[in-house]
Design a protein around this ligand. Structure first.
Ligand SMILES: Nc1ncnc2c1ncn2[C@@H]1O[C@H](COP(=O)(O)OP(=O)(O)OP(=O)(O)O)[C@@H](O)[C@H]1O
Ligand SMILES: [Mg+2]
Length: 190
């Protein structure tokens, strides 16, 4: 099978250089429009079941939180799709922060490579590590570093960090971090 650099089969239609195919973007659009009609009181498991059904993507689901479902694109990147309004905001917030933050902090944030309303593509990081005692110290140091540069690292915890190829601790979920007054998280909640 011939694959191009986005990992797609030759001849399959990609969307303006996106790693996703046109039909995958359309499937995400259908999920996002039905997501708005879902009930507020359903459980995350119920929401996940409706999402995976509607999305029907050919990728392995490698994780999820309360607000986003995460697929492995098999090319070194992951696709995170909103499961809720907070997930929509978190994706926008990560794209905003990654683009606008200072160089000194960017290296500790998982790189974002594509973003559109409701979904984001990020570099895949190694989450399968046994957390040593020293990692908790690294986590606190990381928290202090964000504070030093004026960011508020809301929800920074061990489940939201992973390791880069250089074995550096990086944040994979910074959807609730603040950068400045224009950060989507502040606009949404305040
Ligand atoms: N860049 C990544 N590389 C590898 N795995 C990832 C990446 N981003 C997310 N994951 C996996 O998906 C899980 C859920 O992602 P994430 O924490 O971003 O979702 P969330 O819904 O915003 O979480 P929360 O419940 O904290 O709001 C992570 O715990 C991790 O296992
Ligand atoms: Mg999380």
């Amino acid at each position: 099978m011939l694959l191009n650099n986005t990992g797609k089969e030759k001849g399959q239609q990609t969307n303006n250089g996106s790693m996703l195919l046109r039909e995958e973007i359309l499937a995400i659009g259908s999920w996002l429009s039905s997501m708005g009609k879902q009930h507020f009181f359903e459980t995350t498991a119920q929401r996940m079941a409706s999402a995976t059904n509607t999305l029907n993507l050919p990728y392995e689901m490698i994780g999820h939180g309360y607000n986003r479902i995460v697929y492995d694109l098999n090319n070194g990147y992951v696709l995170k799709i909103a499961l809720s309004e907070i997930g929509m905001m978190a994706n926008a917030n990560e794209a905003y922060i990654h683009t606008n933050c200072r160089e000194e902090v960017r290296k500790y944030l998982c790189p974002v490579s594509e973003f559109a309303s409701g979904w984001i593509i990020m570099k895949k990081m190694d989450t399968n590590v046994r957390h040593a005692v020293i990692d908790y110290m690294k986590l606190i140091k990381l928290e202090m570093m964000f504070l030093k540069y004026g960011m508020i690292p809301i929800d920074l915890r061990i489940a939201n960090v992973a390791f880069s190829e250089e074995n550096e601790m990086v944040v994979i979920d910074y959807g609730l971090f603040t950068l400045d007054r224009k950060s989507p998280v502040l606009r949404w909640f305040i």
